[in-house]
Ligand binder design. Structure first.
Ligand SMILES: Nc1ncnc2c1ncn2[C@@H]1O[C@H](COP(=O)(O)OP(=O)(O)OP(=O)(O)O)[C@@H](O)[C@H]1O
Ligand SMILES: [Mg+2]
Length: 273
């Protein structure tokens, strides 16, 4: 058994909340899913919090997604993509959006544990790990999530500064692992195509915003008006995530949490397709 498989087995069986950290293409998502599979094998009710805003496993790009996983069938990638709840951030990168990312992870974690009864939660994060803002993001995320295990997947020693901060300030166990030799990189073009596919899967063909086809951030408006009943509250009025009149104060966003499967539903959104 290789180190990654052994860690997945141990995490799924023995821990309650795990955060995975790593740069792009380090195997975060694959290891997250292996941990959930191990947790299911240990008889647990698992949840996946997908805090990667661009390369989505759960929910559409620009959101943090939550999926309750109670059976192996839920791990089918199409099914896993159908979120039980999303927290709208409005960009495919956490840069410039640290507060909503941290807040969204915390809210979805609470929802997973307290409303959905999950006893194993894995938080899969973005590849934004370097520099002061990467460190700020991960530090504050951990401050709220308080996981019992942090896994750092790294090439060489790229995560050493960040993992050093985590070891210094948190009591949580920290495990650093190398990148699995079978990990295959994803090209920039493939990442853009993945984002487009994930948007299309969620919204259907007709409302795909053109900006998502490119490499940059999409506009702040998530085109949710068609499906969202009352989601003008969740997404901002007129479907705008962070409404801002020129020269005026920002219009308050009442709630960025969109609960899709309706347990409990404050802003119901029809399941796509
Ligand atoms: N242990 C493994 N065995 C075989 N293939 C793997 C393994 N880990 C990752 N891969 C493959 O490598 C690729 C990248 O892995 P993965 O998507 O898990 O990485 P990631 O860090 O989540 O990437 P991203 O930065 O896009 O979020 C995928 O095609 C995945 O199937
Ligand atoms: Mg990933």
């Amino acid at each position: 058994m290789d180190d990654h498989t052994a860690l997945a087995e141990r995490a799924g069986a023995e821990y309650g909340t795990v955060v995975l950290i790593g740069g792009l293409d380090t195997g975060k998502t694959t290891l997250s899913i292996s941990m959930i599979r191990a947790a299911l094998g240990a008889g647990k009710r698992a949840a996946y919090v997908d805090a990667d805003l661009g390369q989505k496993t759960v929910g559409p790009p620009t959101t943090i997604g939550l999926k309750l996983v109670t059976s192996e069938d839920d791990l089918d990638r199409e099914r896993l993509a159908q979120a039980d709840a999303c927290y709208f951030v409005g960009a495919t990168s956490p840069q410039g959006n640290l507060l909503p990312v941290v807040t969204g992870v915390a809210r979805l974690l609470t929802l997973a544990r307290e409303s959905l009864g999950a006893d194993f939660v894995v938080v899969d994060t973005s590849g934004f790990v370097s520099g002061v803002y990467g460190q700020l993001l991960k530090y504050h995320k951990l401050e709220l999530v308080r996981p019992d295990l942090v896994v750092g997947l790294q090439r060489g020693e790229e995560l050493d500064p960040l993992l050093g901060i985590i070891r210094r300030f948190f009591a949580t166990e920290v495990v650093a692992l190398g990148v699995h030799p079978a990990v295959a990189p994803t090209s920039v073009e493939q990442r853009a195509a993945n984002r487009e596919d994930a948007m299309r899967r969620y919204f259907g063909e007709s409302r795909l915003p053109g900006a998502l086809r490119g490499r940059g951030n999409p506009p702040a408006d998530l085109p949710g008006g068609r499906r969202a009943q009352g989601a003008s509250a969740g997404l901002g009025s007129g479907g705008r995530g962070v409404p801002r009149e020129a020269g005026g104060p920002p219009e308050p966003v009442r709630d960025r949490l969109i609960e899709i499967s309706g347990r409990p539903a404050r802003y119901r959104v029809d399941r796509p397709r």
